[in-house]
Design a protein around this ligand. Structure first.
Ligand code: S0N
Length: 271
């Protein structure tokens, strides 16, 4: 077990760090780590801290205990129009978390330690990678319990497992073992429960030894294929970031500040 240190204290989640790895743990084991609006607001806050902090390079998302990664929306606070927050407002703010996971230019790894069911299944699907323990169980429940996710939980799932399997998962609402989920292409690795954290940290450390800009651009490119204009915008934003780092872009800015014509002739025109 690693020596994780707390980054910030919350009510529904743990937010910890080990080296350059951040770990967000949904800490509601009494409801199999189901999320309520507050849980999602806290995870969004933690994700935003991870995005800003240059000393964090990869994020693990998991659930407390050995029963569940996440069992989706907390059915005990589900009302008319969404999940009811502390002020009585119905919300589906887990969608903002999906966007944050896609958007953060650092890998997010789902460490699935038990049930990944309903909205909890969608959460692991949205993450960049999934490492699961042998006791993990995967599945959607929406059409059984009165909900569905026609967003990433359908479209990106289909990119991972194929259209026929995605339809099976949603239409039948069955559960799948970790091995079945891996065979379908929605899990990267399955290990015994006792090895789950070590294996995940090992993957994180390997990623951390790679070029962060290369990882960032690959994540953006793989997202852009599915994310339409928004995906292209984020990919293009990073292309601009790389251009800002070049002497060619700095020449333009310097020429403006020095009130002279820019000299772009000295920069190569690659084939
Ligand atoms: C996880 C399951 C399969 C485990 O079964 P098991 O082992 O028999 O345990 P249980 O006795 O059922 O559960 C143990 C305790 O945990 C509580 N609990 C479990 N899940 C939830 C939950 N989601 N909400 C509240 N409580 C939960 C149980 O009540 C029990 O506690 P006690 O003993 O005190 O009663 C099994 O528990 C199960 O199937 N759970 C429900 C899974 C589910 O249907 N989840 C909701 C699915 N919908 C969403 O997640 C919607 C949110 C969403 O992501 C979304 C996103 C975008 C667009 C739309 C949506 C959307 O779908 O609306």
């Amino acid at each position: 077990m690693r020596n994780w240190t707390q980054i910030k204290k919350y009510d529904d989640i743990l937010f910890e760090q080990y080296g350059k790895i951040a770990k967000i743990t949904i800490n509601r084991p009494e409801v199999y780590n189901a999320f309520r609006p507050k849980t999602n607001f806290e995870m969004l806050d933690a994700m935003s801290i991870c995005r800003e902090r240059p000393d964090i390079g990869v994020i693990i998302l998991t659930g407390a205990g050995n029963k569940a990664f996440c069992s989706g929306g907390d059915q005990k606070v589900k009302g008319v129009g969404g999940y009811i927050d502390d002020n009585g407002v119905p919300r589906l703010n887990v969608l903002d978390l999906h966007k944050a996971i896609r958007s953060i230019p650092k890998p997010v790894i789902a460490m699935v330690n038990g049930y990944a069911i309903g909205g909890g299944h969608v959460l692991h699907v949205v993450c960049d990678l999934t490492i699961a323990s042998e006791n993990a169980r995967f599945g959607q429940t929406g059409p059984k319990v009165g909900s569905f996710d026609a967003g990433f939980g359908s479209s990106y799932l289909a990119r991972c497992v194929g259209q026929k399997k995605a339809r099976e998962i949603w239409f039948l609402c069955r559960q799948y073992t970790a091995q079945e989920a891996m065979d379908m292409g929605m899990v990267n690795k399955v290990v015994p429960f006792e090895q789950l954290e070590d294996e995940t940290v090992d993957w994180c450390e390997t990623i951390l030894s790679r070029s962060p800009m290369a990882i960032r651009m690959i994540k953006r490119a793989l997202n852009a294929e599915l994310d339409g204009q928004r995906g292209m915008m984020e990919f293009a934003g990073d292309a601009t970031l790389m251009y800002y780092l070049m002497a060619e872009a700095q020449e333009g800015k310097n020429a403006f500040l020095e009130k002279r014509d820019p000299d772009f002739d000295k920069f190569p025109k690659f084939p």
